[in-house]
Ligand binder design. Sequence first.
Ligand SMILES: NC(=O)c1ccc[n+]([C@@H]2O[C@H](COP(=O)([O-])OP(=O)(O)OC[C@H]3O[C@@H](n4cnc5c(N)ncnc54)[C@H](O)[C@@H]3O)[C@@H](O)[C@H]2O)c1
Length: 327
Amino acid sequence: MDSFAGKLAVVTGGGSGMGRELVRQLAAQGCSVATCDLNADAVAVTAATAWAAAPPDVQVTSFACDVSDEAQVLRFRDALIDKHATDHVDLVFNNAGIGGGESFVTSRREVWERTFAVDWLGVYYCTRAFLPLLIASSEGVLVNTSSVNGFFATLGPGMPNTAYSTAKFAVRGFSEALIEDLRANAPNVRVAVVMPGHVGTDIVVNSLRARGLPEPEQMSDAQIEELIPPDVRAKLIGAGIVAEGASADDLRRLIVQGNADFRDKAPLSAAEAATIILDGVRSGAWRILVGEDAKSLDAAVRADPDDAYDWAKLVKKMTEAADATPE
Ligand SMILES: NC(=O)c1ccc[n+]([C@@H]2O[C@H](COP(=O)([O-])OP(=O)(O)OC[C@H]3O[C@@H](n4cnc5c(N)ncnc54)[C@H](O)[C@@H]3O)[C@@H](O)[C@H]2O)c1
């Protein structure tokens, strides 16, 4: 696919971060987009700004949809077919995702299952719904966003990420499994799997919002206590991140600051990440690593899988991989 001009793309999770930037960049390149999000207001803003800046003949529409609910996904599909007066779509970006359910041992089961449902079932339901429309295109591309947690299942020492990693491994496995299936049974469609490292977005607070929690400033003491339970608080105190005797307000500020740091101190912005994803899709790549951190982690894990969860050895291998990368 040399160009996105004149195509129609579906982007899930277009209300923020990489999804919002994918919508903007696709529209700017002449591609019509139908985008959805749990957050109807945010995705409407994305669509309106992307459409206003797009060339003539481009149409950008937004829809409210929870991708973990199959009935809503089917309504989204039917509504976009109607609005775009189309019988096919050319690109589907399964981008929507949330974090949560970090520990299988201590996290609440509902939170674990919600994260798994959004991050895996969202991709599954959307692929079920949209694959026939990709097959109806002359050249269809399915782009599934996994993560570095799709090949490496933790965030670091003492930082499990079990629901997210399980879902993101599933997204990668599903995508890789589809390569041969599509070649054999739908050769005009191909699949790409996106594995970003750290990208600066508001995913920390958006994930809390997607769980039905209010903004951190409005959270009750009980909600703060559930998010940062005593054992986690003790670890934060031990690491010098919060002071002994920190109040609920201190912890509210910590969440706000944690989100800002995640967004603002990332090695890549959401716009840069979207450009890498779109360049990868245009190039025909099936495997799109986003960011130097993703590339060095991938190289280290592949070089010696047995040592992947030995921190000292892994960090040494990542440093060697980064040093070996040409400028
Ligand atoms: N930011 C990172 O460092 C990073 C790294 C690796 C992978 N990812 C993945 O990239 C994708 C985009 O993440 P982002 O960082 O841009 O996050 P983001 O929070 O900025 O954007 C995600 C969007 O998805 C929406 N969303 C959440 N649940 C939804 C649901 N059930 N139905 C519909 N929309 C829903 C959110 O409202 C939000 O607008 C996700 O799949 C995420 O897991 C992100």
